[in-house]
Ligand binder design. Structure first.
Ligand SMILES: *[C@@H]1O[C@H](CO)[C@@H](O)[C@H](O)[C@H]1NC(C)=O
Ligand SMILES: *[C@@H]1O[C@H](CO)[C@@H](O)[C@H](O)[C@H]1NC(C)=O
Ligand SMILES: *[C@@H]1O[C@H](CO)[C@@H](O)[C@H](O)[C@H]1NC(C)=O
Ligand SMILES: *[C@@H]1O[C@H](CO)[C@@H](O)[C@H](O)[C@H]1NC(C)=O
Ligand SMILES: *[C@@H]1O[C@H](CO)[C@@H](O)[C@H](O)[C@H]1NC(C)=O
Ligand SMILES: *[C@@H]1O[C@H](CO)[C@@H](O)[C@H](O)[C@H]1NC(C)=O
Ligand SMILES: *[C@@H]1O[C@H](CO)[C@@H](O)[C@H](O)[C@H]1NC(C)=O
Length: 320
């Protein structure tokens, strides 16, 4: 939620700064569409989605495609289990779309078309799927471009669309657990290159020009990692992914002068919150409430020996 406020501040800076006329220009106040790709941090629940994982469809053979009607009638569900955060997530706060239960994106002032899938990695060729229904990032883009672009994209003023990509959390977590004898720095550089080749470039080719990237949160400071002498991923490893993201973003921007690419440094912001929790009303940065998934923990946290959930930095083992 706090990161969202920072994002709103970012949008303010972006819109109020003086931008030379020949530079690509992005104005949040003119934005009418947010198209999101990513993992559990970003997914929203749709009535036509895989329960607890997506807005629409899944990777199962008969659930990858969808009809125009299904797309247009899938509503964003808002309840305790409809995000990985126990309530609205950053794309819902940022757009205001889906804060109320049962919202069709097309009815929102800023339409949220969210193809993020909980548990997603970048691509199946690099790391195994979490489940046979998990849609990897590069396939989320294919799903959007194949089945949604002809229905909603064709009608969009793409100067007023922002494409948001927040990915890597599962890739990094899976890599440190599953891979041995691999140079993670090189491996992750290849993964980030794939994000640009198979997600950003195809969206650019379809006419989208505004891109927002979010880097990795302090995964080196999860509750479990704080208790380890040698956390995995460690701070340097998280930095490898984030450096690769920034390098490829700049490279893409240089090769595509008409693209506006922006990075939100979630890592710096969230490390700042952990270092200065009081400023944000956060009292506990070391642990999470073990009863985070109990519906009544929202109203009676003391029943579980917990503080109100919004006073914890961590929601659970991997989410904010
Ligand atoms: C969704 O997640 C919640 C909380 O973990 C769980 O109680 C519920 O059974 C899940 N729903 C489905 C359909 O799996
Ligand atoms: C949230 O909504 C989903 C889909 O409508 C439903 O299956 C689930 O039971 C609801 N959960 C809660 C905690 O209200
Ligand atoms: C949200 O809307 C869904 C779909 O209409 C409904 O099943 C669910 O009960 C609603 N949840 C809440 C918490 O009102
Ligand atoms: C997906 O995995 C589940 C559980 O392992 C299995 O029952 C199901 O048959 C699989 N579906 C497909 C299409 O492979
Ligand atoms: C997912 O993307 C990969 C890489 O482009 C591709 O090889 C694979 O066929 C895609 N899967 C589906 C179901 O389209
Ligand atoms: C943080 O929260 C956990 C879980 O509720 C609790 O066990 C722990 O004592 C708390 N730590 C501090 C410093 O309050
Ligand atoms: C990393 O993986 C572990 C399970 O191995 C899981 O408990 C944790 O939530 C994951 N962390 C993130 C940030 O996804």
């Amino acid at each position: 939620m706090h990161a969202l406020l920072e994002l709103a501040a970012l949008a303010h800076i972006v819109r109020s700064s003086c931008i030379p006329a020949n530079k690509p220009h992005f104005d949040w106040d003119d934005t009418q569409y947010l198209i999101a790709f990513g993992d559990s941090y970003t997914f929203v629940q749709g009535s036509a989605g895989y329960p607890n994982y997506s807005f629409i469809g899944s990777y199962l053979p008969n659930q990858f495609s969808f009809t125009p009607d299904t797309l247009l009638t899938s509503s964003i569900i808002q309840n305790f289990t409809a995000t990985a955060e126990g309530g609205p997530n950053w794309v819902e706060y940022l757009t205001g779309c889906g804060l109320k239960n049962n919202t069709r994106p097309s009815t929102c002032d800023i339409q949220l078309w969210d193809f993020a899938f909980a548990g997603a990695d970048v691509a199946e060729e690099f790391l195994p799927l979490h489940h046979n229904y998990t849609v990897p990032l590069v396939n989320q883009t294919q799903q959007y471009l194949t089945y949604a672009e002809p229905v909603i994209g064709k009608k969009m003023n793409k100067g007023r669309a922002l494409v948001a990509v927040w990915i890597g959390i599962n890739d990094v977590n899976d890599s440190v657990k599953q891979l041995v004898g691999v140079s993670l720095k090189e491996f992750w550089d290849t993964l980030v290159a794939t994000v640009f080749k198979e997600t950003v470039q195809p969206m650019y080719d379809a006419g989208y020009r505004n891109f927002l990237f979010v880097n990795l949160p302090p995964l080196d400071r999860t509750s479990a990692n704080q208790k380890l002498a040698a956390p995995r991923p460690n701070k340097e490893e998280v930095g490898w992914w984030n450096s690769a993201l920034e390098m490829h973003r700049k490279r893409f921007a240089q090769a595509h002068p008409k693209a506006k690419t922006m990075l939100y440094n979630a890592n710096a912001f969230l490390n700042g919150v952990m270092d200065n929790p009081g400023k944000y009303g956060i009292k506990n940065t070391t642990d999470y409430c073990a009863a985070y998934n109990q519906l009544d923990v929202l109203t009676t946290p003391e029943k579980y020996g917990c503080l109100p959930l919004d006073q914890y930095f961590w929601y659970n083992s991997g989410h904010l």
